[in-house]
Each structure stands twice: as C-alpha cells, then as structure tokens.
Design a protein around this ligand. Sequence first.
Ligand code: AMP
Length: 180
Amino acid sequence: MSTLTKEEREIIESSIRDIPDFPKPGIIFKDITTLLNNPKAFQALMNHLTKRYESYNLDYVAGIDARGFIFGSILADRLGIGFVPIRKKGKLPYTTVSEKYSLEYGFDEVEVHIDAFAKEEARVLLIDDLIATGGTAKAASSLIGKVGATCVEACFIAELDFLKGRDGIEAEVYSVLHFD
Ligand code: AMP
C-alpha cells in the first residue's frame, strides 16, 4: 500500500486548476490538463497509483470516457495488465452492453464491449479523473458486473465530497484528493 508524502500531495493538488462557471454557471470545473502537462505532478500521481495497485491482483483497468482513459491506460501498462474503455453511447464498434444513468436533466448512457473482460472472473479497477454525483461511476461499475467481471475498487484523482457520490457505489472507493 502506498501513501503520498505531504509534498507529493501538494504538488499534485496545486497542479489542478479551478475554472469557475464551466461548463455552466455555478460549477467549479477541476481542470486536470494542468496536471497532465506538469511532469513532476503527473509522475508523482502515476507512481502513487502504481504502488497502491500492484498488490491488488488486478486483471484489468477500466477507464471512463474520456479523462479516465489517460490515467487508466498508463496505470494498466505499468501494472502489466489490459485496459478496457467504458465509453459514451454509440462509440464502440462491436456488440455492447449499456447502462443508463440520470443527469440533472435527462439521461446519459455508458457502454462496454460484451467481451471486454476476456479473462473469467476478472478483477477490475475502475478509474476516472473525478467523482461528482457518482452517477457515471455507478453506471460504469454496474456495467462491469453485467459482463461478468468484478469491480474491485473505483479510483478517482479527485472527489467532490459534498456531493456524496461515493455513497451509491457498491465497490470500494479510493480518491487521491478530496475537495469540500
Ligand atoms: P458524476 O457522474 O456527477 O460523478 O460526474 C462525473 C463525470 O463528470 C466525470 O467524468 C468528470 O470528469 C465530470 N465532472 C463532473 N463534475 C466535474 C467538475 N466539477 N470538474 C471536472 N469534471 C467534472
């Protein structure tokens, strides 16, 4: 198990930029592009995640469209395991299984290829950049179950604690950073 030093945590946290009123008034958007182009912060984060998950006996990392693909594919490569994209509706070319989830107004839908977790009883880590209400992650983790795999843990770089998004997720939840 790996814990971040205070210095590493500060480097990562200070590399994430707040953009007020994006994409709409009242939302403070956590912009991780300034983490990605900061090699010290990006490496500290990926080293931490690699150390944390190397003892989890995982078979796949599943990343949520689209920022989860960045962290998830690097982590999968470092752990020597496969990466599976969980995509927004209509993007995956082969047969898919899908899960709807509610947004503030209306619905969205995520999909995964039916044969994405080829290994039997696969142990899967779900990853995304941020958990807000938890709707996306809840739908993604239930998709993993629908295709016969187990979501061992859901991992986020940042969690908006006040939205209590983790409460609806059956898997363990780990967030590197917490914001009130
Ligand atoms: P939710 O389903 O409400 O947990 O929303 C999570 C998804 O929306 C993730 O893929 C995030 O990248 C994105 N998201 C939601 N709120 C924010 C925010 N304040 N800053 C950055 N990304 C966000």
